[in-house]
Design a binder for this molecule. Structure first.
Ligand code: TRP
Ligand code: ZN
Length: 329
């Protein structure tokens, strides 16, 4: 679903990208006329993201009510994401986690869009496993489904690429960030230094959530923040989630990281409720790691704003700002 003021941001951002400027100027709204280039970031249809969540919830229901890394619910989740990516033309790799993961954990899933400068990789990741207690729809169907839909939209749009985009769906996060840690450890140092930024999406649709960004003032975070700033959301640092999700695996190797999150079991402050709405004194997600983390535990407005900001960031970082031609078919 298209969020308000999106067109203006996209057009202006293209101007700043072309001019080599890092951020939107304060008078962004006053700039005119907006250019019409093919690199405008697409709107992500939140209904399609929610359709992926419905599938993940059904997968859990068929498999004892969860998608934990060692179970069939996880393997079926991998098969679902993989099938949708392959149908869109991606080459998808299952990476078995052969050290550091829980015995019997399923694989990581990696998909690269094979266009653009391979020495500049922008990576987008989410953990695909859940806990044993429930279906894991906000944690972390939300990040997983968001990335799947953005990947499908990239394949559908086929813009001219300036850099590589790689997606990762991680196994065994809930037992200690194990799948992503294995992935980063398995890279050569040259492969690690090719990753210019890693963006993590874990719990991006918390029902009583806030708008949190990892390393909010970093260079990597700039497009993530610019998008949410354009919606006047006044995002804050993701202090609750610091070091608790897969971005930490990349951070530990010195790779710049950012990402969106809407919060877990910590409680919303009155200041936050005043600016974002919701209930002060209540958890961002009262179903965190519990059986009620189902499709009803999703904030569709937050999910939409997250998904559109992921697409915005991907386009800003990796889509060519000047070329009007498309990737070869
Ligand atoms: N959701 C993560 C997990 O348990 C970790 C986490 C805790 C988190 N608090 C958070 C992530 C806040 C984002 C924001 O798998
Ligand atoms: Zn999580």
């Amino acid at each position: 679903m298209r969020a308000a003021r999106r067109t203006t941001l996209t057009g202006l951002a293209l101007v700043t990208a072309a001019a080599g400027l890092a951020a939107l100027p304060p008078d962004a709204e006053a700039a005119s006329p907006a250019p019409t280039l093919t690199t405008a970031a697409p709107d992500i249809d939140v209904a399609r993201v929610q359709a992926h969540l419905t599938e993940l919830n059904a997968i859990a229901s068929r498999n004892g009510g969860n998608r934990r890394s060692t179970g069939q619910g996880y393997r079926d989740s991998v098969a679902y994401v993989k099938g949708r990516l392959q149908a869109a033309g991606y080459t998808v790799t299952e990476q078995a986690c052969t050290s550091g993961c829980t015995r019997g954990a399923g694989p990581n899933l990696i998909a690269e869009w094979p266009y653009g400068d391979a020495s500049k990789v922008y990576m987008f990741g989410a953990h695909l496993d859940g806990v044993s207690a429930g279906p894991g729809i906000n944690d972390n169907g939300s990040g997983s489904a968001t990335l799947l839909e953005v990947a499908l939209k990239l394949a559908e749009t086929r813009p001219s690429m300036a850099a590589r985009v790689r997606f990762g769906w991680w196994t065994d996060e809930e037992q200690g960030l194990n799948g992503s840690d294995f992935y980063v450890r398995s890279l050569t140092s040259a492969q690690r230094s090719a990753i210019k930024a890693y963006y993590n999406f874990d719990m991006v649709a918390s029902p009583n959530g806030g708008y949190f960004i990892n390393h909010i003032n970093s260079t990597a975070a700039a497009p993530m923040k610019a998008y949410w700033d354009s919606l006047s959301l006044r995002p804050e640092e993701n202090t609750e989630g610091a070091g608790r999700s897969d971005d930490y695996s990349f951070e530990a190797y010195g790779i710049p990281t950012s990402g969106y999150a809407m919060g877990a079991s910590a409680r919303k402050t009155s200041t936050q409720a005043a600016k974002w709405g919701g209930t002060a004194g209540a958890a961002y997600d009262r179903c965190y790691h519990s059986s009620c983390d189902t499709t009803t535990n999703i904030n569709a407005t937050g999910l939409n704003r997250s998904a559109d900001g992921v697409a915005y960031t991907l386009w800003q970082q990796a889509v060519s700002a000047t070329a009007l031609n498309r990737a070869p078919r």
